[in-house]
Design a protein around this ligand. Structure first.
Ligand code: ADP
Length: 296
C-alpha cells in the first residue's frame, strides 16, 4: 500500500519534469533562430562619408541599370529620367519588372551594374535614412500593425498632432469609415489590419503617406481586387496624394494614367516604349494592344 501511495504521488511531478525538458528545448531552438535574425547584417550598406540629401531638387535618373534576383536577369539596360514634379507611369504585363524597378529607388535592392542618381549624385552616396525620408511608398500590401488607426497613420513620425492625422485621413478618403468604426481613431485594427477591407487598408496607407508629406511618391495602384466603389475612393485618394509631388506610378488600369507626363512600357525587363498617352496610343505597339484589351 505504501509503495502504491508513493508511486501515484510521484507520477505527476515526474511527467511535469519531462514536459518541461521538452519545452526548454523548444525554447532554445526558437531563441537560436531569433538571435540569427537579430544578428544578421543588412545587405545594403551605407558608405562612411554618406551625405544627407535634405531636399529633392531636380531629377531621378536611371543610367544603364541591370538587375537580377539570382541567375535570371530581371531588368536590362534601363535608362530613365524622372524630373521633379512629373508623374511617370510604368505599365506592361505582370512579371515584367515594374515593381523591381520602383524598389531600386529606395535601395531595397542594389543594381548589378549601372547607377541611379538623384539630383546628379549616385544614391549610394546618400544616407539610407535621408534617402528614404524623401519617399512615400504606397503598395497594395499595406504594412499595418495591430494598433490604433491613429498610430498606424502616424507611424514613424514624432511631431504631429491629432488635427493633422484627421486632415490626412480626409485627403485619403478614410475619415468617414474611421468615424464609423467603433472607437473612431482609437480603434485597434488587428494584426496586419485584418479587421479592415482591402480598400480601407490601402486608404490608411495613403493617409500615412499624406501625413509624411514626401517629395517623391512611389505608388502601386489599386487593382481589380477592390470592388468598384472602394476602387473609386482609393483612386481619388491617390490623385489627391499626387498633387504637387514627383510620382512614379505602377499602373494596372490604363484609364487612370492618361494624364501622366510620361508613360513607360516595360516588358521582360526592358523599356520598349516611352511617351505620353497621346503619342503611344497613336503608335502600333504594346501600349496600343494593352489599350485595346482594356477597352472591353
Ligand atoms: P511586375 O511588377 O512587372 O509584375 P516584378 O518586378 O514583380 O514585375 O517581377 C519581375 C520578375 O522578378 C518576375 O519574374 C518575378 O518572378 C521576379 N521576382 C520579383 N520579386 C522577386 C524576389 N523578391 N525574388 C526573386 N524573384 C523575384
Amino acid at each position: 500500500m505504501g509503495f502504491l501511495i508513493i508511486f501515484t504521488q510521484v507520477l505527476n511531478p515526474a511527467k511535469a519534469i519531462s514536459t518541461s525538458i521538452t519545452n526548454i528545448n523548444k525554447g532554445l531552438a526558437a531563441s537560436v533562430r531569433i538571435f540569427e535574425i537579430i544578428d544578421s547584417k543588412p545587405e545594403i550598406k551605407e558608405s562612411e562619408d554618406a551625405l544627407d540629401i535634405g531636399e529633392f531638387k531636380k531629377s531621378i535618373e536611371f543610367k544603364n541599370v541591370n538587375f537580377s534576383y539570382g541567375q535570371e536577369q530581371v531588368l536590362s539596360d534601363i535608362n530613365l529620367k524622372i524630373k521633379k514634379g512629373e508623374i511617370v507611369a510604368l505599365v506592361g504585363p505582370s512579371g515584367g519588372g515594374k515593381s523591381t524597378l520602383a524598389d531600386l529607388i529606395p535601395r531595397f535592392y542594389e543594381p548589378n551594374s549601372g547607377e541611379i542618381l538623384i539630383d546628379g549624385v549616385g544614391i549610394k552616396n546618400y544616407k539610407l535614412n535621408s534617402l528614404r525620408a524623401l519617399m512615400g511608398i504606397v503598395t497594395q500590401e499595406s504594412i499595418l500593425f495591430n494598433d490604433t488607426i491613429k498610430n498606424n497613420i502616424s507611424f514613424g513620425l514624432d511631431n504631429f498632432d491629432d488635427s493633422k492625422v484627421i486632415a490626412a485621413a480626409k485627403v485619403a478618403n478614410a475619415h468617414d469609415f474611421i468615424m464609423e468604426s467603433p472607437e473612431g481613431y482609437e480603434t485597434v485594427i488587428g494584426e496586419r489590419g485584418t479587421k479592415l477591407s482591402g480598400g480601407q487598408r490601402q486608404r490608411l496607407s495613403i493617409a500615412r503617406a499624406v501625413l509624411k508629406d514626401p517629395d517623391i511618391l512611389i505608388l502601386d495602384e489599386a487593382t481589380s481586387a477592390l470592388d468598384s466603389e472602394s476602387e473609386k475612393l482609393v483612386q481619388e485618394a491617390l490623385t489627391n496624394l499626387m498633387k504637387n509631388r514627383t510620382s512614379l506610378v505602377i499602373a494596372h488600369r490604363l484609364s487612370t494614367i492618361q494624364n501622366a507626363d510620361k508613360i513607360i512600357v516595360v516588358e521582360k525587363g526592358e523599356i520598349i516604349q516611352t511617351g505620353t498617352h497621346e503619342e503611344l496610343s497613336g503608335q502600333s505597339g504594346l501600349y496600343q494592344k494593352l489599350l485595346k484589351m482594356q477597352s472591353f
